[in-house]
Design a protein around this ligand. Structure first.
Ligand code: BDR
Ligand code: CA
Length: 308
């Protein structure tokens, strides 16, 4: 099985993504690392423990990381994810204290112990990843791959130009995109096509398990914001699609291209500028998802979650 570290800011869709990873025998979740993002670091760290307990993997260690972006001021998405980041009743408490080792040290140590083996699935702002790359400049060569939910080849969701994870730490994203690490980007241009519609939420509910019920509740809460803001019939399954990209890359269409992150404060702050036509002539630095088979993705997600 493929050793993975999950880095994120749970967060509703992060939690569903992590449950998908925990349910999948192809993956071995070595540890999870938390970052500021949807809500503050103390809450994302607690929610990590809650998610692991819910998924029956309370033994997986949690490492807390960066509590703020590198340069820009802290932002959050509690309007979409609720004040706690995991709005559902009857969630289990974390079963294990977070580790004392910092997430960045853990990332470096683990990649060095298994050079070329570890896949990092990042579903939040990339502050931890960028800090790790700065502390250990060899790290981009030591990871098997970084798969990131973030950015967009097209419009943003937090500003017209920028996706939330990119906007929440554009400088960190720029560090990672210029690092040379093998990098796949699963952005809004594909994730907004994967919507947890009412019938899909109902199917999760019908699983009748604690995981199915919790996912149904969380996605119901999430649907409110998505209906209002984006005129969708449910919440977008952003972060689960990044885990799916590792499990089933064939469900997405990939295109290698050069991606630059705009770090200039202005209209395009945090935009991932994707050179789809290679008009810059710059060599590709990322493999970008440009299409997705959404029905197959959801069918497989549901089947995996039914196993927990
Ligand atoms: C991303 O932003 C967060 O709110 C979600 O968890 C996801 O990672 C989507 O833009
Ligand atoms: Ca996230």
């Amino acid at each position: 099985s493929l050793p993975v570290i999950l880095d994120g800011d749970p967060g509703l869709d992060d939690a569903v993504a992590w449950l998908l990873a925990l349910a999948s025998p192809e993956l071995r979740v070595l540890g999870v690392t938390t970052v500021h993002g949807n809500v503050g670091l103390p809450l994302t760290t607690r929610n990590a423990g809650v998610t692991l307990a819910l998924g029956g993997s309370a033994d997986v260690p949690v490492y807390a990381g960066a509590d703020r972006p590198l340069i820009r001021e802290l932002m959050s998405a509690s309007a979409v994810h609720g004040d706690t980041g995991l709005p559902a009743n009857e969630l289990p408490d974390p079963q294990r204290e977070p580790e004392t080792e910092h997430a960045v040290n853990y990332l470096i140590r683990t990649a060095r112990e298994q050079p070329g083996e570890v896949t990092l699935i990042a579903t939040g702002p990339m502050t931890n990843v960028a800090l790790a790359f700065r502390m250990d400049p060899q790290l981009p060569q030591l990871l098997r791959e970084v798969v990131w939910m973030g950015g967009s080849t097209a419009q943003g969701n937090r500003t017209p130009a920028a996706e939330f994870n990119a906007l929440a730490d554009p400088h960190a994203a720029a560090v990672v995109f210029t690092s040379g690490v093998p990098l796949r980007m699963v952005g809004l241009n594909v994730t907004m096509q994967c919507v947890a519609t009412p019938d899909r939420v109902e199917a999760l509910q019908q699983l009748g398990t604690p995981v199915g019920l919790a996912c149904a509740q969380m996605l119901t809460f999430y649907a409110g914001a998505y209906r209002q803001r984006y005129n969708l019939s449910g919440g977008a399954l952003h972060d689960p699609l990044a885990v799916a990209a590792v499990l089933w890359p064939e469900l997405l269409t990939w295109q290698d291209m050069h991606v630059a992150v705009d770090t200039h404060e202005g209209l395009n702050f945090g935009r991932t500028v994707c050179d789809l036509y290679n008009v810059s002539g710059k060599p590709p630095n990322a493999r970008v998802a440009v299409a997705v088979d959404d029905p197959t993705f959801f069918g497989r997600l549901l089947e995996r979650l039914s196993r927990l």
